[in-house]
Design a protein around this ligand. Structure first.
Ligand code: BJW
Length: 243
């Protein structure tokens, strides 16, 4: 495939980590089929019942730290693209897991936060977090007890890094969305933004057509561990064949 090596923005969602053993949200066996998002993923839920919200994220943190959960071939293929593509590659992930980093990606922006970080609601300090959080956890920066929360973006909160993401999209020649249902904004709007900017090739790699599939120039459907390495290989083959 003849290509021009311009910057690439990748957007990933829960589907990229599914084959590593982490649940998606909206598939029939997904997280929102097991718990009501209004009970665990809003600031109101945290104010109403912080122990319930801590229990939800403590369970998911322990799951992420299970030695059986490892980066898969899709994470590794994206890291390879970042290393070998002759222009910048930025991975914007909606995922709160650290599988892109463990797979070797260096330029990763977690727009919905990170499960292995905690934030103090009193002083704003963020710090690594591998143990359970509770209402008795003390902030190591300001000493306050009871204000620690997972460093996660809940519904109604502003996602992280929006200025950096918009700048990267404005400079991109390609936008690739992987393993996301395209239902949660602002991430679901990135493909539209890329189309508005113009000159950006948009590609969807997903198990099945997402809600926004028609907005992409091109789609490949199948499990991430198959379609992502195959597409990255195609892109990198195109670089090798450049004069
Ligand atoms: C595979 C696969 C395999 C499976 N291989 N693929 C009305 C209209 C528009 C917007 C709104 C509205 N009402 C409210 C809003 C705003 C709201 C929103 O979008 N709501 C919608 C639900 C309507 N958004 C917000 O509140 C956001 N903030 C915001 O908008 O602030 C305003 C603002 C923005 C910008 C600038 C200034 C101000 C915050 C959103 C926070 C989302 N948080 C969550 C939970 C926290 C993190 C966590 O606990 O993990 O983030 S919700 C949940 O959904 C999680 C995910 O990151 C996010 C996206 O889900 P994702 O990744 O797409 O997963 P799924 O399950 O939906 O899809 C998986 C896909 O993979 C499927 O397609 C499968 O087919 C596929 N798949 N196996 C490949 N093996």
């Amino acid at each position: 495939m003849p290509i021009t090596p311009s910057p690439i923005v990748i957007l990933t969602g829960a589907g990229v980590s599914k084959e590593s053993g982490l649940d998606t949200f909206r598939d029939k066996d997904g997280i929102w089929a097991q718990v009501d998002l209004e009970d665990v993923a809003t600031p109101e839920a945290f104010r109403r019942d912080p122990e319930r919200v801590h229990a939800f994220y403590n369970h998911r943190r322990r799951g992420l730290l299970d030695p059986a959960v490892e980066p898969n071939a899709a994470h590794r293929a994206l890291a390879r693209l970042e290393r070998e593509w002759p222009a910048p590659v930025m991975t914007v992930t909606q995922n709160i897991d650290d599988l892109h980093e463990r797979g070797g990606s260096k330029r990763v922006l977690h727009m919905h936060g990170e499960l292995l970080k905690a934030r103090c609601g009193a002083c704003g300090d963020t710090s690594p977090q591998r143990d359970d959080l509770s209402v008795s956890t003390r902030c190591t920066a300001c000493g306050q007890v009871g204000a620690m929360r997972p460093d996660i973006v809940w519904f109604g909160e502003i996602p992280m890094g929006m200025d950096e993401i918009e700048a990267a999209l404005a400079a991109a020649g390609m936008f690739i969305a992987i393993g996301t249902s395209g239902t949660v904004y602002p991430a679901a709007g990135f493909v539209g933004l890329a189309r508005q900017i113009g000159g950006v090739r948009t590609v969807e790699l997903n198990l099945e057509p997402s809600d926004g599939a028609a907005l992409f120039h091109e789609s490949r459907h199948g499990p991430a561990t198959e379609v992502v390495p195959a597409f990255m290989e195609e892109l990198l083959d195109g670089v090798e064949s450049l004069p």
